[in-house]
Design a binder for this molecule. Sequence first.
Ligand SMILES: [Fe+2]
Ligand SMILES: [Fe+2]
Length: 308
Amino acid sequence: MWTLWLKPRDNTLANAPSEAYFQPSEWPDRWQNRSDNNHRPDSLQEGAVKALGATVLEDKVAYTRETARHWFDGKLGLGGVLATTLPQRPGRPDLPKLIPPQNIKRRSLRSEKGRFALLHAIAHIELNAIDLAWDIVARFANQGMPRSFYDGWVRVALEESKHFSLLQERLAELGGSYGDLDAHDGLWEAAQSTSHGLTARLAVVPLILEARGLDITPSLLEKMDEIGDHRSARIFQIIYRDEQGHVAVGAKWFRYLCLREGREPAAAFQEMVRKHFRGPLKPPFNDMARARAGLTPGFYRTLSSAGT
Ligand SMILES: [Fe+2]
Ligand SMILES: [Fe+2]
């Protein structure tokens, strides 16, 4: 059975308000030693759009950190960029090549190549997650949501960029880099059908896609430890802990919006998933972690392919 032995988040670092959100010791060294004061955006939305549009991944992470730093230090307003001017697709480098999901090669985790492929695939998911978090911030900045809603999503974007950077570093330690293997565009495509509505977006991104991460990460973590790759296991621990927080941000604000719209949250979730998400949800579910994040079985059981 896997165990989680990370220390809880340290929220006592009070000098700059942003410090509590950064967990500096968890970042790769090269990021720990960089200042986040090079590009101060004029608003949160402008910072979000800049990070979203960055094609150089180093810049995407840098803009994410800088925007988060200034936002949490209370130096940015929300901004007034129109959602219609947002990029249709996030900025990306030329590689990896995007191919249909069914054409992605499956390899055993026991082989060196298989392990690299898994880490590469997770890095790709984390990169998408940075863009998905910023897209929520930028696209839905004019919805009359409280400031703490944006705090939640800026934190998600920041942690996704930490996850991506950790995996980038791990791929380099294994002699390769992100972009070496093909990837697919399924995550971004799944989110795009909900560009029109925040409630639907929260149903699909944090409550389906990120919740799925909670189901599969513990067994990956365990496998990495079993084959002796403790460095990768440690990264999965960080991801697993943080992702519970991401699902919690999604569940909290999904319920808030349902309340505001006079809808019953579980029924609204099921309706939106049927409308905007292709196919059933795949069991087994990590009910405990999901429930800790506020996503109780009443939301998703009836949508499962097992039909229970
Ligand atoms: Fe992540
Ligand atoms: Fe996440």
